[in-house]
Ligand binder design. Structure first.
Ligand code: NAD
Ligand code: UDP
Length: 319
């Protein structure tokens, strides 16, 4: 049994990861300030004796002296708003959690000789001029715009990992996560899959931003969680940046039509202004994950959407 810390445990990815690690018999400490996460995401494990939830902000330096945070084997540092809607509403908190918060978690990793995985993002590539995006691509990020608080904070979070790895030998690993989805996303999360599925099920307009020709590549949560754990497990991934995402690319218009078809919805598609600096394309090169971890995604968008739609439908009925 390992002692594993997950920051952002009450969020979308953190809660799925916590449930999976508990099911494997590990002891998990979840830390979250509940800014975008919800304790309801943890209902199925909240009473499990192998789970300990600490409501706390990882940017607060008192985290460094928390008596529970000793003898830790692994830290998944996932805390950070992830939806443009939320990170743009709290830019300074977003910068802080990815810089000061990352520094704090790396200090704890150093003192425990624990491994640390940092959840970075495909946004590190900004509005990419190289397509698809390999890890070696250095990106095209605007420092002067609404996405900068997230993109640049994540890039600086990566720098913290680099420095702790080089200077102090901390076993730090960086994962650049590409758009990941499932029913665990809040209905009001604001990201595209939760918006479209919620809108389609309610018969509301499906809100396409721009003309819908921009592309994304969508990874189902189970594939992502398996990828994160492989990165943590494999020594070869220490000191590395690794893309984890599904390389099958769709236009947003294709996604809107697919959601409409799979839900059988009568919703109309409506077109709205494209947000500033919205990346035009995004698709991961996953050769490195394949080579170092033997990882590739297994669940395609149609299957993942069907599972997502079914779960959202059940939730809408029960709520
Ligand atoms: P989420 O918003 O559902 O979860 C983030 C969690 O972090 C929330 O529970 C929130 O309350 C918590 N948090 C935020 N600031 C905190 C702080 N200062 N102290 C403690 N807890 C704090 O987002 P998610 O989709 O689960 O994303 C998890 C991580 O993965 C984030 O770091 C995000 O940037 C990264 N990521 C996610 C995606 C994706 O598609 N889901 C893509 C790229 C990167
Ligand atoms: N998007 C959209 N309608 C929505 C929400 C998002 O057309 O209701 C678009 C958004 O402009 C972007 C893509 O879908 O091009 C993915 O947006 P999301 O916020 O999910 O994540 P991003 O990849 O932009 O961080």
């Amino acid at each position: 049994m390992k002692k594993i810390v997950i920051t952002g445990a009450a969020g979308f990815l953190g809660s799925h990861l916590a449930m999976d690690l508990i099911a494997q018999g590990h002891y998990v400490i979840g830390i979250d300030n509940l800014s975008t996460g919800r304790t309801g995401n943890l209902d199925s494990i909240s009473k499990n004796s192998n789970f300990n939830f600490i409501e706390f902000d990882v940017t607060n330096k008192e985290i460094l002296t928390n008596p529970s945070l000793v003898g830790i084997d692994e830290i998944y540092h996932l805390a950070s708003p992830a939806s443009p809607k939320f990170y743009q509403a709290s830019p300074f908190d977003t910068i802080a959690v990815n810089t000061i918060g990352t520094d704090h978690m790396l200090q704890i990793a150093k003192s425990c000789d624990a491994k640390l995985l940092y959840a970075s993002t495909s946004e590190a590539y900004g509005d990419p001029e190289i397509h698809p995006q390999p890890e070696a691509y250095r990106g095209n990020v605007n420092t002067w715009g609404p996405r900068a608080c997230y993109d640049e904070a994540k890039r600086l979070g990566e720098v913290y990992c680099y420095e702790y790895n080089i200077r102090y030998n901390v076993q730090a690993k960086v994962v650049r996560i590409f758009n990941t989805y499932s029913a665990g996303l809040r209905n009001d999360d604001g990201r595209v899959i939760s918006n479209f599925v919620t809108q389609a099920l309610l018969g509301d307009d499906i809100t396409v931003y721009g003309d819908g020709s921009q592309t994304r590549s969508f990874c189902y949560v189970d594939d992502n969680i398996r990828g994160l754990q492989l990165v943590m497990d494999k020594d070869k991934a220490t000191g590395e940046i690794i893309n984890i995402g599904n390389p099958k690319e769709y236009t947003i218009l294709e996604v809107a039509n697919m959601v409409k078809r799979l839900t059988g919805s009568q919703s109309n598609l409506t077109f709205h202004e494209l947000p500033k600096d919205d990346p035009k394309v995004r698709r991961p090169v996953i050769e490195k994950a394949n080579l170092l971890l033997g990882w590739e995604p297994k669940i395609d968008l149609e299957e993942g959407l069907n599972r997502t739609i079914q779960a959202y439908r059940e939730n809408l009925i029960t709520n």
